[in-house]
Ligand binder design. Structure first.
Ligand SMILES: [Zn+2]
Ligand SMILES: [Zn+2]
Length: 436
């Protein structure tokens, strides 16, 4: 089958090349003829020259335009041939989650697009802390119940558009988000779409193809700008969470922002704050995380295994040890939530960004919360508007997307990749791009 695809691509390329070559020859002939005519008439006077040049230019333009159209048709034909070769198959390789630490690469049917849906050939699917949690626990109450296709950060190329889809066509490079809000409920009506009562999730990025449900096509699928690699575009989802968390922390010019946690999201929030021009303090564990934080613009790094000392060190970096203006917790354990409360100055903001396990509780100093007038937020997920912001930031070139993708692996290596991520201790691994 791979051979047929390759043949189709080769045939397509040859057709395109010969058309381009023919077009070039035609242009050259016309230019040459024009030049000869011009030379012949030069003695006859400048007016005549102008007229001939004008006529020549018109002819050249016509030929170029015609040539381009022919080339475009040939490319489109080639693409269609490749696509039909791919879709001629009925099954694909995909990761199926069966339970705790049980993901199998299986041959499953290639999905077909119903009305409003898209089928996307996955270009890159990124590993994510949430997937790692799901791998460990074997399920995710809101997002995925096994047996199920798995993976949610992806970008790829549309191969099939269902009836009624007008915004996308085969060949479009897209990033399809992992969820879309209903737009109808109380929360959606109040611009809190991240809390939608009927948030629709989509999984199945660790596969050759993925079906994008109609609601996500309509609300949360974005075209990837030219020049942006698909694996960078796939960062849109986590980056949207990071941008949301940062903006939700109500930053004000001149603020010092501390971020607890050197995981992918902690580093992203840190980078977003640094890019926005804020002073940042990264509280991390490992040397690899410290290095990454430095690279992503951290003003200071605090890397102390003692929570007490890390708090003191962080406060010492602020005028009069008063504490940071904003403390964002991006670890997801109660101890880190409590630590965040102690980093912040009076009147500051704490964002409990990291989700803790079910049924965990924290004890907080009520006096400090009240008399120091602490604002507490806890940002969850993203909204369609913020997803668009995130992709714009990636496309701007300012965001160091490449720094977040520290490895590449084939789909069949997925288990090994997760096992490695579970045992991550000192390594500087952030995300692995799974390329099917
Ligand atoms: Zn994710
Ligand atoms: Zn809703």
């Amino acid at each position: 089958m791979a051979k047929t695809v390759k043949d189709a691509i080769l045939r397509g390329r040859k057709t395109v090349e010969s058309v381009v070559e023919e077009g070039r020859k035609k242009v050259e002939t016309v230019v040459e003829e024009g030049r000869k005519k011009v030379e012949g008439v030069v003695e006859g006077g400048l007016d005549t020259v102008d007229a001939v040049v004008e006529a020549g230019l018109n002819t050249v333009e016509t030929v170029v335009v015609k040539g381009r159209r022919t080339v475009e048709n040939a490319v489109s034909l080639g693409r269609r041939t490749v696509e039909s070769a791919l879709l001629g198959r009925s099954t694909m390789q995909a990761a199926v989650l069966h339970g705790r630490e049980d993901v199998r690469i299986e041959e499953v049917p290639i999905p077909k697009a119903e009305a409003g849906e898209l089928i996307v050939r996955v270009g890159a699917a990124l590993t994510c802390g949430t997937d790692l949690k799901v791998f460990r626990r074997g399920y995710h109450a809101r997002m995925i119940v096994p047996p199920a296709l798995f993976g949610h950060e992806l970008a790829g190329t549309v191969v099939e558009a269902g009836e009624g889809v007008s915004d996308f066509a085969p060949g479009d490079r897209v990033v399809a988000l992992n969820s879309a809000p209903c737009g109808q409920c109380y929360y959606c009506q109040r611009d809190q779409e991240n809390l939608c009562d009927d948030l629709l999730f989509n999984n199945g990025a660790y596969a050759e193809f993925i079906k994008i449900p109609a609601r996500i096509v309509a609300k949360n699928t974005l075209k990837v700008p030219e020049g942006v690699p698909l694996e960078h575009a796939a960062l849109t989802e986590p980056l949207a969470c990071a941008v949301h968390g940062f903006e939700d922390s109500l930053p004000r010019v001149g603020d010092i922002v501390a971020v607890i946690g050197g995981g992918p999201l902690g580093l992203m929030i840190l980078h977003v704050a640094a890019l926005a021009g804020y002073q940042t303090i990264a509280l991390v564990r490992h040397e690899g995380q410290a290095e990454a934080a430095r690279l992503l613009g951290a003003t200071h790094i605090v890397q102390n295994p003692s929570v007490r000392k890390a708090i003191e060190e962080t406060r010492a970096l602020t005028p009069g040890d008063r504490g940071v203006d904003i403390a964002i917790e991006a670890v997801g354990v109660p101890e880190a939530w409590q630590e965040a409360m102690e980093l912040v100055r009076k009147g500051g903001t704490v964002n409990f960004f990291g989700g803790c396990a079910k049924n965990t509780h924290v004890t907080l100093d009520t006096n400090r919360i009240h008399y120091s007038d602490i604002t507490m937020r806890a940002t969850f997920h993203h909204t369609p508007a913020i997803c668009r912001k995130a992709l714009t930031l990636i496309a701007s070139g300012r965001f160091q997307a490449g720094a977040f993708i520290t490895g590449h692996a084939h789909l069949y290596e997925l288990n090994r990749v997760f096992e490695k991520l579970m045992n991550r201790s000192t390594e500087a691994e952030i995300k692995t791009a799974i390329v099917p």
